[in-house]
Design a protein around this ligand. Structure first.
Ligand SMILES: *[C@@H]1O[C@H](CO)[C@@H](O)[C@H](O)[C@H]1NC(C)=O
Ligand SMILES: *[C@@H]1O[C@H](CO)[C@@H](O)[C@H](O)[C@H]1NC(C)=O
Ligand SMILES: *[C@@H]1O[C@H](CO)[C@@H](O)[C@H](O)[C@H]1NC(C)=O
Ligand SMILES: *[C@@H]1O[C@H](CO)[C@@H](O)[C@H](O)[C@H]1NC(C)=O
Ligand SMILES: *[C@@H]1O[C@H](CO)[C@@H](O)[C@H](O)[C@H]1NC(C)=O
Ligand SMILES: *[C@@H]1O[C@H](CO)[C@@H](O)[C@H](O)[C@H]1NC(C)=O
Ligand SMILES: *[C@@H]1O[C@H](CO)[C@@H](O)[C@H](O)[C@H]1NC(C)=O
Ligand SMILES: *[C@@H]1O[C@H](CO)[C@@H](O)[C@H](O)[C@H]1NC(C)=O
Ligand SMILES: *[C@@H]1O[C@H](CO)[C@@H](O)[C@H](O)[C@H]1NC(C)=O
Ligand SMILES: *[C@@H]1O[C@H](CO)[C@@H](O)[C@H](O)[C@H]1NC(C)=O
Length: 579
């Protein structure tokens, strides 16, 4: 569990510096972190100005967690269904760490007849590709029957993220939870209220819906949840079940809230009636603060916001409205709200907030504008001459083969497919210079620190939150309404936004860049459950010769042997595309 030297979830105390390293280029500042009076400081050596891609604290902090994964019945909105829980919870427990800590998460798969894995979304996994948790890519699934695997990584970044299953659709059957890495902040706040997870929810399991979604390209959802709960009103019986999530504001004080979109198919617009939000981080990247009343949050994205309780004390609705232009299937119940109550005498602690006029929620399908997302640690892109793309990726849907399942491809007629029992890293561990079959969609990236410029587009409509493992990427260009046109293309080179998920609207385009400074097999995929499940994914194989450290490939092989024995014993057959 959480060590005493660590900073509490709501903590204000910096860790004791045991043996401060003396890395070059880091400005010394004689102050320690205090969220209200010294938010940009950290430990006197590292602070908000530190380029966290190059250096991070290393004071020996270590956090350990054990996750028991079970299949149980729960009713997040009052309707019973089967969920996959971690230590009996949905969402799972929060992983807390301090910037620079090492984190070890032991995952015990207590499922009878399924594998599992945990991916730590957005965590860079610097030089620890084998700990990324992507089945068919970095590992075989963890076998069931109480088999365990321990993931170990270093928190080189700080801020807010989440972890989730990366085997089949388990992430959307409840296998997810928050990550909070304490570190400096780009604006001051009094209280850290922790994470607020925004989800969509179905009353049948995603596992059950999978085969239908494979034909339909998606599924209707039943409800949305905020921090794992919401009410539900049955449309036929009108019976209300479940409850709203509620939390408390201290009047006149400022509150940090860490928003996370964990949905299978919905992009949200978030607003708190009557209040403005100051946004201080996008994914794991601290940004120059900006204010907004409405925040667009795409699937897999996170925003850290500060809200000051500056209104007349009362109760207020926090709304997570669906962006209805994103081409998703309909939702049965769209009233996704939580309640914020001021801790003031005279405020009725059980009453619903008044139905204040909600802010204008446009039908839309968009990220926050690029101009808002200016990273605090500014890094320009150095492009000389005309930019040529290292990769041009066009994702296409193939409706015909095998009929009627919809598959995704990046090469005509070749659908993405990768196998649980033969992940990319296992192939790489074998003898010789392995070549990969086209269906694995492995794109080779060679050259240490070489910049990769990647144009991503799709011929099909709808939205695609594009997520890259192992890196933050720069957003070089993004449009939600226009296709890529080389004659009008002007790359954004001056401190472009950096993050790990950005929206590719089917009507638009996305250009990203990343630096090949982290050897590994890294997935790039659409974060919509149904799309990744049918193979809207590819792998960047980055500097393959540098991936394995001693022992790494043995560990991959051992888990694969155990998986193969388990899968054979239980007769498990892979029905999806492997990711
Ligand atoms: C969970 O339990 C249900 C009901 O027994 C079963 O249908 C389902 O396959 C199980 N899922 C997993 C992943 O074990
Ligand atoms: C929901 O499940 C619980 C435990 O399995 C059971 O006690 C309860 O009766 C169920 N509720 C409904 C409405 O089916
Ligand atoms: C949401 O739930 C998490 C996990 O229980 C908790 O840490 C967090 O404080 C909750 N969020 C708010 C705003 O209360
Ligand atoms: C909050 O600020 C308002 C305006 O400055 C003041 O009237 C009120 O007394 C303050 N409330 C508390 C609880 O400090
Ligand atoms: C608080 O609100 C509840 C629900 O609307 C209501 O039943 C109750 O009478 C209210 N209490 C006060 C003191 O106004
Ligand atoms: C995004 O795409 C949808 C349809 O795919 C379109 O209706 C919409 O106008 C696009 N852009 C925005 C900003 O919503
Ligand atoms: C998407 O389109 C809307 C409406 O045209 C615009 O306000 C928004 O800035 C666009 N977002 C991006 C990321 O281009
Ligand atoms: C671009 O050049 C500047 C100045 O040399 C350097 O600080 C920066 O890291 C470079 N950008 C990238 C993406 O390498
Ligand atoms: C860059 O592109 C423009 C427009 O296509 C072209 O006129 C120009 O010659 C190119 N410059 C170089 C150095 O290739
Ligand atoms: C191994 O194969 C890859 C792709 O097939 C190629 O790019 C690379 O140059 C080869 N490496 C060696 C050492 O032959």
């Amino acid at each position: 569990m959480y060590l005493s030297s660590a900073i509490g979830a709501l903590g204000l105390v910096a860790p004791v510096v045991l043996a401060a390293p003396s890395p070059p280029l880091v400005e010394k500042r004689a102050c320690t972190f205090d969220s209200l009076t010294n938010p940009t400081c950290w430990d006197g050596t590292f602070d908000l100005n530190t380029n966290y891609y190059d250096s991070w604290p290393s004071v020996g902090g270590h956090q350990e967690y054990t996750f028991h994964i079970t299949n149980i019945t729960m009713a997040p909105d009052g309707i019973n269904r089967t969920v996959l829980a971690i230590n009996g919870q949905v969402p799972g427990p929060t992983i807390f760490a301090n910037w620079g800590d090492t984190v070890a998460v032991t995952v015990i798969n207590e499922l009878e007849d399924a594998g599992t894995s945990i991916h730590f979304h957005g965590v860079r996994q610097k030089d620890t590709n084998t700990q990324d948790g992507a089945v068919s890519i970095t590992q075989c699934p963890i076998p069931g029957g109480k088999t365990s695997m321990t993931y170990k990584w270093t928190a080189t970044q700080y801020g807010t993220s989440w972890y989730h299953g990366h085997y089949g659709l388990q992430a959307w059957d409840g296998l997810f939870g928050p990550i909070v890495i304490a570190g400096p902040a780009s604006s001051a706040y009094k209280n850290d209220l922790g994470t607020l997870m925004l989800s969509d929810w179905t009353h049948k399991t995603a596992e059950y819906l999978e085969s239908d979604a494979a034909v339909n390209g998606g599924e209707n959802i039943d409800n949305g949840l905020i921090n794992g709960t919401n009410i539900f009103i049955d449309p036929t019986t009108n019976i209300q079940t479940g409850k709203r999530f509620e939390f408390v504001f201290q009047p006149n004080e400022s509150h940090r809230i860490r928003l996370i979109n964990t949905a299978m198919d919905q992009h949200f617009k978030v607003a708190l009636d009557g209040h403005e939000m100051e946004v201080i981080a996008a994914d794991f990247v601290p940004i120059k603060p900006f204010k907004t009343k409405i925040l667009n949050i795409g699937i897999g994205q996170r925003y850290d916001v500060i809200i000051t309780a500056d209104q007349t004390p009362g109760n207020f609705w926090l709304r997570a409205n669906v962006q209805t232009n994103c081409g998703q299937r309909a939702a049965t119940f769209t009233d996704i709200r939580a309640i914020v109550r001021y801790n003031s005498p005279g405020v009725n602690g059980t009453a619903d907030p008044p139905e204040a006029t909600p802010p204008a929620f446009d039908v839309d399908c968009t990220d926050m504008p690029m101009a808002n997302l200016e990273p605090f640690v500014a890094i320009n892109l150095n492009i000389t001459g005309n930019l040529t793309f290292d990769q041009t990726i066009t994702f296409n849907q193939d409706f015909n083969n095998p009929n009627p399942v919809i598959n995704w491809e990046i090469k005509d007629g070749i659908h993405f497919l990768s196998h649980w029992e033969n992940p990319t890293l296992l192939q790489l561990a074998g003898p010789g210079n392995v070549t990969f079959p086209d269906e694995q969609q492995v794109l080779e990236v060679n050259g240490v620190d070489k910049m990769q410029f990647v144009l991503i587009q799709t011929d099909s409509g709808g939205d695609h939150p594009i997520h890259l493992h192992g890196h933050d990427f720069w957003i070089v260009d993004q449009s939600n309404t226009t296709k890529f046109d080389p004659s009008t293309f002007v790359p954004n080179t001056i401190n472009p936004p950096r993050r790990d998920v950005a929206l590719l609207n089917g009507s638009g385009h996305l250009v990203i860049a990343f630096k090949a400074d982290n050897p590994g097999a890294w997935l790039l995929h659409c974060h919509i459950a149904w799309h990744v499940n049918r193979g809207m994914a590819l792998t960047f194989l980055e500097n393959r010769a540098d991936i394995f450290k001693p022992g790494d490939s043995d560990a991959v092989g051992k888990n694969c042997d155990a998986w193969k024995a388990f899968a054979k014993d239980k007769g498990i057959i892979q029905t999806d595309t492997g990711v």
